[in-house]
Write a protein that binds this ligand. Structure first.
Ligand code: M6R
Length: 637
């Protein structure tokens, strides 16, 4: 939620502006209510802000002709405090224009701080929580009593060092007063060669270049310029100049740089010829699932999860699993529950991260918490993880973003290898998450002796066939797309599923809500008669995920459910296995999926539902990748 970019460098007059705008374009998925940029040069700081998409900011920049800069910071906003107006857009500056600052997160004690600042005569021009921070920075910077910071800043000449040291001292003092979550980047006109940044529970990574350095909410902000990245840990402060990066811990001591190589190139984060990122990401699912499965078996065909870092003894002692996640990630957990309980005979609960800690859940050292997140930055999930670990539980994170907060705060990480997901609506992350959960479940069943190694290898082999089968569905996508285009006037769609089809129904409905703005609900097919069937009248579209006929106890019941809604006038759209002709007479249209073991069916059944939502949103002329009111990475609770 909110994207932040920074650049310091001395290689070309417009470099900072171009880098920051390019970075914001790649981070726009994190928020797009408004955007702004501050460019620091020897004459001061130019701040330009605009409401709406980044293109409006670009127009404002073109009209404003800002001066060439030595450093720049930028922000793309998802509004929390204050409506999306120019006044509330970041960067926020002091009234004298000496300091400009961008912020991602929420300052929880902003009201109290604002009252104190107002009492001392400071005037505010926005309703944001952020504006207090820039005032506090100036106050601390200008105050002779602020304790000096006396370390060395890499790559700083004498003047940069003296300004930078004061700015670091101010940042240390101010962040100690802040409650809540933040990534902060500040520039000052006293010296335009340095950016000082800080983070607590919001993301920040540094990119290392030649005679220039970068800052970003994630590596997408700068991956087109460098693949060398540095992780910034909780409560660290960092001073970035063109020729150096200095990271300090909470006590002000310098810490070694935690450098790593970004393992994807910038073209992974472009549309690559597809009309939307969502289209592209739906079509990347065979690769995402295959990459998540790759290299998991050792030379004896045993599942080996070296990255898991939790001892097998501990895994054997687990007596309950709790899967946590939000939105799509929580539905991936719901799918996994059926498989893990079946394979491991351990009770599995699935809980929304945002509800987990408020329920006072029964969590002990024998509980394994599985936290699922594409971004690895979802604040609800971070808080749930912290709560679980405080109770002594071990936490395995299933994340798509290496180095993210969730991966760092968990005991172990199982990476999905779906590649960067840019569209707000999650697609390839879901299938990769379900795959990773299956791998984890099979590994547990192997370690705990519920399954023999050859059985696990068998399950893995069948999972290995899934990417090819997803590809078959993609190849037949035109049937789904054609039908979607006939549905532009739909105002409500019901999704039904039973067993593993139920979370697929929930996921299908979520896709329709978030990108098509159509009211959609997923129900367990068996629940229909307990209330939701009252919603069905003439012409109501109902999408039904039909289980394989090889499981007649499920299949027959869902066939009966289709007939129940049809009898009440519903239009029935059916997702069914190839060769299952029993559905034909009850369906207006059937989307076919290949045969797989029942537990794996969600990996296929979800694909037509994704294509359906994507095409319908396109046909309605909506912004598929950046739906209203949403952001990709939800870093507030
Ligand atoms: O990054 P995460 O996987 O933690 O995000 C969780 C949800 O915010 C996310 O899945 C959301 O529901 C998607 N927009 C759904 O398409």
């Amino acid at each position: 939620m909110c994207g932040i970019v920074g650049h310091v460098g001395c290689i070309g007059a417009q470099r900072s502006r171009e880098v920051v705008m390019g970075g914001l374009a790649r981070l726009e998925y994190r928020g797009y209510d408004s955007a702004g940029i501050a460019l620091a040069n020897d004459n001061g700081i130019d701040v330009i802000r605009a409401v709406g998409k980044l293109v409006n900011l670009q127009d404002a920049i073109d009209a404003g002709h800002p001066e060439d800069a030595l450093a720049g910071i930028g922000h793309t906003r998802w509004a929390t405090h204050g409506r999306p107006t120019v006044a509330n857009a970041h960067p926020h500056s002091t009234p004298d224009g000496r300091f400009s600052l961008v912020h991602n997160g929420i300052i929880e004690n902003a009201d109290a701080l604002r009252a104190q600042l107002q009492a001392s005569g400071r005037e505010f021009s926005s309703q944001t929580d952020t504006e207090v921070v820039v005032h506090l920075i100036q106050e601390a910077y200008d105050c002779a009593e602020t304790p000096q910071w006396d370390g060395t800043i890499d790559g700083a000449d004498e003047h940069t060092h003296s300004v930078g040291a004061r700015l670091i001292a101010a940042m240390r003092q101010v962040t100690a007063r802040l409650e809540g979550t933040f990534t902060l980047l500040v520039v000052t006109s006293d010296c335009p060669n340095i950016i000082v940044a800080a983070r607590r529970s919001s993301p920040l990574v540094i990119g290392l270049g030649e005679n220039e350095n970068f800052l970003g909410s994630d590596v997408l902000a700068f991956v087109e310029h460098t693949s060398r990245a540095v992780e910034i840990d909780q409560d660290q402060i960092v001073a970035v100049t063109a020729r150096g990066v200095t990271v300090l811990d909470q006590s002000g001591q310098r810490v070694p740089l935690k450098e790593y190589e970004v393992d994807f190139t910038s073209d992974r984060a472009t549309k690559g010829g597809w009309p939307t990122f969502m289209d592209k990401e739906i079509n990347e699912q065979p690769e995402g699932v295959a990459n998540t499965l790759a290299d998991r078996l050792d030379s004896h065909s045993r599942l080996a999860l070296d990255e898991l870092r939790i001892s097998e003894d501990v895994l054997r002692s687990v007596d309950k699993i709790v899967m946590i996640g939000c939105g799509t990630a929580s539905y991936a957990g719901q799918v996994a529950r059926y498989a893990i309980e079946h394979w491991c005979r351990i009770p599995v609960e699935v809980e929304l991260s945002s509800e987990f800690r408020y329920r006072d859940p029964v969590v002990t050292e024998k509980t394994l918490v599985v936290a699922i997140s594409q971004s690895g930055e979802t604040m609800d999930t971070i808080m749930a993880i912290r709560h679980a670990r405080e109770q002594g539980a071990k936490v395995v994170a299933i994340v798509n973003t290496p180095g993210s907060t969730i991966s760092r705060e968990s005991d172990a990480v199982l990476l999905t290898h779906a590649g960067p997901e840019i569209a707000v609506a999650s697609t390839k992350a879901f299938t990769a998450q379900v795959t990773a959960c299956f791998i984890l479940g099979l590994f547990l069943s192997q370690v705990r002796g519920n399954k023999f190694a050859d059985e696990v290898a068998d399950y893995m082999e069948k999972l290995g066939e899934v990417p090819g089968k997803i590809q078959q569905i993609l190849d037949q996508g035109e049937t789904v797309r054609q039908f979607a285009r006939t549905m532009v006037d739909a105002t409500s769609v019901i999704y039904l599923g039973r067993h593993v089809g139920f979370p697929v129904a929930l996921e299908g409905a979520l896709k329709l809500k978030e990108i098509c703005y159509i009211h959609a609900e997923g129900f367990a097919a068996g629940e229909l008669k307990h209330g939701p069937i009252a919603l069905v009248d003439e012409g109501q579209p109902v999408i039904i995920i039909v289980p394989t006929p090889r499981r007649p106890e499920l299949h027959n019941k869902v066939l009966a459910n289709i007939q129940e809604v049809r009898a009440r006038g519903a239009r029935t759209i059916v997702v069914a296995e190839e060769g299952d002709s029993s559905v034909d007479e009850f369906a207006e249209i059937v989307f076919r999926v290949p045969q797989v073991p029942t537990l794996y069916a969600p990996l296929l059944a979800v694909v037509p539902l994704q294509i359906f939502a994507c095409e319908l949103a396109t046909a309605k002329g909506l912004d598929v990748d950046q739906p209203r009111n949403l952001a990709k990475s939800v870093t507030v609770e």
